[in-house]
Design a protein around this ligand. Structure first.
Ligand SMILES: [Zn+2]
Length: 308
């Protein structure tokens, strides 16, 4: 029997997630392999081709492939404007066109946090909402803005760089990966929490362990200080964007107690007009980017069809 499939790939520094979707949006299967980014664009294209060959079995037609990638992305040209050092040779690379040539199907490309926000909009916690913001907490803090039930990208495709709003402008403020000091993510990312705990206790603990022990005498003060820094950043963003909800992703945000603490602390900190703002954990976990990349390629294929 003939059946259509869309594929999506979420390309990360260490792993490459993949998924196959039925056209109506049901996930057929998903998985993860180590990414071969060290081999540059040619290695990634080979890997995408190999996975595509494995994912499509006889009788399946590949309708399109959606790519989600970190960094600054021009989704119109399908080009990576800037990628960090984990992506050697990718800055300036027109990945979508190269992948379309290689795979023989339409390909879309967008930033990973944008894709995650779209995944939540269409399939997760954002369903039924028109205006919300998404933040992902990991090594840094990524952000995306959904406005009027659409992704707001900005004229330079760089809206929602929430990790680099300034939290501390003292000369000795913490350095950030962007080269500046005092950025939100230097204080409030998941990695920042681990660093702060290590400074106080001398122990290398992962985020999950820290959250489990967050009420112990040893960790409560450092956890509360970090929580207040997260809230300080979120509060500024709420005052700018007035969202219907805040959706938080990243491994650490899968802990319901943290979401509860953040919801309470943020709502205490906000002016009364904003009170009752829901803080929610991303529903799709680390598959949000795959769902969003699928949504984008499906829209692109539908648009090409309408225009052609
Ligand atoms: Zn920064």
């Amino acid at each position: 029997m003939q059946c259509d499939r869309y594929l999506s790939f979420d390309i990360g520094g260490t792993s490459l997630k993949y998924a196959a979707f039925h056209p109506e949006g049901t996930l057929a299967y998903a998985g993860l392999v180590p990414s071969r980014l060290a081999e540059g664009p040619a290695g990634l294209l080979r890997q995408l081709q190999d996975l595509t060959d494995q994912l499509l079995t006889g009788g399946m037609t590949l309708m399109g492939t959606g790519l989600s990638c970190p960094g600054q992305i021009d989704p119109v040209q399908g080009r990576i404007i800037y990628a960090n050092r984990n992506f050697p040779g990718f800055s300036g690379y027109t990945l979508a066109a190269a992948a379309a040539d290689r795979l023989g199907c339409p390909v879309s490309l967008d930033n990973d946090v944008n894709c995650a926000a779209l995944g939540e909009l269409y399939f997760g916690q954002g369903r039924g909402l028109r205006d919300f913001m998404c933040l992902t907490f990991g090594t840094g803090i990524g952000g995306a803005i959904i406005h009027g039930a659409q992704l707001y990208r900005g004229p330079h495709y760089s809206a929602g760089e929430f990790g680099h709003i300034t939290l501390d402008r003292q000369p000795d403020a913490l350095p950030c990966s962007c080269g500046q000091r005092g950025c939100f993510e230097a204080y409030a990312s998941a990695s920042a929490l681990c660093r702060r705990v290590k400074q106080v206790t001398g122990q290398d603990l992962d985020g999950q362990t820290i959250l489990l022990r967050r009420q112990t005498a040893e960790l409560a003060p450092v956890y509360q200080a970090w929580l207040q820094d997260v809230v300080t950043g979120l509060k500024s963003l709420v005052y700018v964007l007035d969202p219907q909800a805040i959706i938080l992703g990243g491994g650490i945000m899968q802990e319901p107690a943290l979401i509860r603490d953040l919801d309470q602390a943020l709502n205490r900190a906000l002016m009364p007009g904003y009170s009752g703002l829901p803080v929610r954990a991303a529903a799709l976990g680390n598959q949000a980017g795959l769902y969003g990349a699928f949504a984008l390629i499906k829209q692109k294929v539908a648009g090409d069809h309408d225009n052609g």
